[in-house]
Design a protein around this ligand. Structure first.
Ligand SMILES: O=C(O)C(=O)C[C@H](O)[C@H](O)COP(=O)(O)O
Length: 212
């Protein structure tokens, strides 16, 4: 029951930002993912916050060369099974439960679990998970929390998500215990619904060019 750090590192190092996506219309998923890949963000997280998210994940996995499509908001074992079957290459959760870690152990789709406190980080490290999502990053302490965690818990590497913007992303990416950040600003739901592929590509390009 440990994390496949090599495979999750492939996702976390693919680009400085993982776009977090809410896709209402699965027909939009493929052109959206192509725009993100063109802009330099191959690793993308489609959240299970819509009825059609699994269909969107399936379509991107099957049709978008160069994309590393993952599933977000994976909360339980049933959802873990479903996203693995749909072709997700990684799974992201806002937190972690025993049931979710057990489900992850039964699949070769690697899990990026969420943590927000030192005890949650310690429990995940004990369970063999060192690559973690800090969620909701800004609300739980953001930069100050990550700086404070670096000395006592140096093994943990984070993808802070929740409240990350183009303005604060550089400060997060400069921290030694941050591998990448996640955020919805690159492809907000309205831009996806409107089919604004050029705007998504442009914001992806800017995000891909951030230093870390
Ligand atoms: O549903 C999940 O599992 C999530 O991943 C939540 C997202 O990370 C945040 O909703 C993104 O936060 P914003 O960039 O502030 O919009």
């Amino acid at each position: 029951m440990t994390q496949d750090t090599q495979r999750i590192d492939t996702v976390m190092t693919a680009s400085p930002v993982i776009p977090v996506l809410v896709v209402e219309d699965p027909a939009k998923a493929v052109p959206m993912a192509r725009a993100l890949v063109r802009g330099g963000l191959p690793a993308i997280e489609i959240t299970l916050r819509t009825e059609t998210a699994l269909e969107a994940i399936r379509a991107v996995a099957a049709e978008v060369a160069g994309a590393i499509v993952g599933a977000g908001t994976v909360l339980d074992a049933r959802q873990y099974d479903a996203v693995a079957k749909a072709g997700a290459r990684f799974a992201v959760a806002p937190g972690a439960t025993e049931a979710l870690l057990s489900a992850a152990a039964g699949h070769d789709v690697p899990l990026l679990p969420g943590a927000a406190t030192p005890s949650e980080v310690m429990r995940l490290l004990e369970a063999g998970y060192s690559r973690l999502k800090l969620f909701p990053a800004e609300a739980v302490g953001g930069l100050a929390l990550l700086k404070a965690l670096a000395s006592p818990l140096p093994a943990a590497r984070f993808c802070p998500t929740g409240g990350i913007t183009p303005a604060n992303a550089p400060a997060y990416l400069a921290l030694s215990n941050v591998a990448c950040v996640g955020g919805s600003w690159i492809a907000p739901a309205a831009a996806i619904s409107a089919g604004d592929w050029d705007g998504i590509e442009q914001r992806a390009r800017q995000a891909a060019a951030l230093d870390r």
